[in-house]
Design a protein around this ligand. Sequence first.
Ligand SMILES: [Mn+2]
Length: 312
Amino acid sequence: MLAETLMQSLRTGLTPFLGLPLELEPRAAAGVVLGVPCDAGVLHRPGARLGPWALRAASMGLGTHPMPGRLREGREPGSPAAAQGWVDGGNIPTLPFSLTEALATIQATVGAWARFGCRTFLLGGDHAMTLGALRALALQHGPLGLLHLDAHPDAADGAAWGTDIHHGTWVRQALQEGLLDPGRVVQAGLRAPRFDDAELTFLAAAGVRMWTPADLRDPLLTLRLKEDLARVGEGPAYVSIDLDALDPVLAPAVAEPVPGGLSLPEALRLVHGTRGWAHPWVGADLMELAPGLEGGEASARVAVHLALHLLT
Ligand SMILES: [Mn+2]
């Protein structure tokens, strides 16, 4: 199987994510992986538009068989074999010149696949792009729960930059548009220094649960974390991972790296928490890998493991 996909990749020069079948037209499938080659929402360090190519390339090194024995009991590295029935839908043809147009294109493409009953998984692209997927999926499923791994709350208002949409505003935007069920929104990994506390005040008032790395590690809060995570999946939900949730030692090639982030096992524990959900997530994404920045290749490798565990 792996040899076959590798041969196909050598022959065609194409590297579908995990070697999944490439299907450019929406159709019925267990799920679809879609690249989002746009970073028009980045403020300081662009480059995430090249993320989909780097993630697909990094995925080619992954094996297809789970680890045996004890490791199989829920502890094994994610196995691409579990992505059975998924397809790679190619990239969503976003252009970097207009955020509004990019979001509309994402919404249309994600919506088209979702109408076939597909779960959708985006390979970013910058984090503003998540809004397009949320708009499509909330239309389909109603207000969504959200598990959001990030160094930043992404709930700024338009004041600082004179625009309501950039990669630091999508959570506020989604809440204001009624795309999210605020009681089922959990953010984890938050630690970025802020200009002011308006974002946190807004989120707390909405009922969003926010977790810093220190709180995630506090044994006294283990039960509360478990309850918060379970609540997200009590209805249709979305999982959004900003690669900057991880410590920049592991994943430096992101637009806004912040020291003191999550380890890979810590992030994986959160991702594995979605397995117990009453409703399997309907959409997910892995955003903000900017492979041209320093440490791009190592960052892509760690990102693809996160994506693989979430997918499987
Ligand atoms: Mn983000």
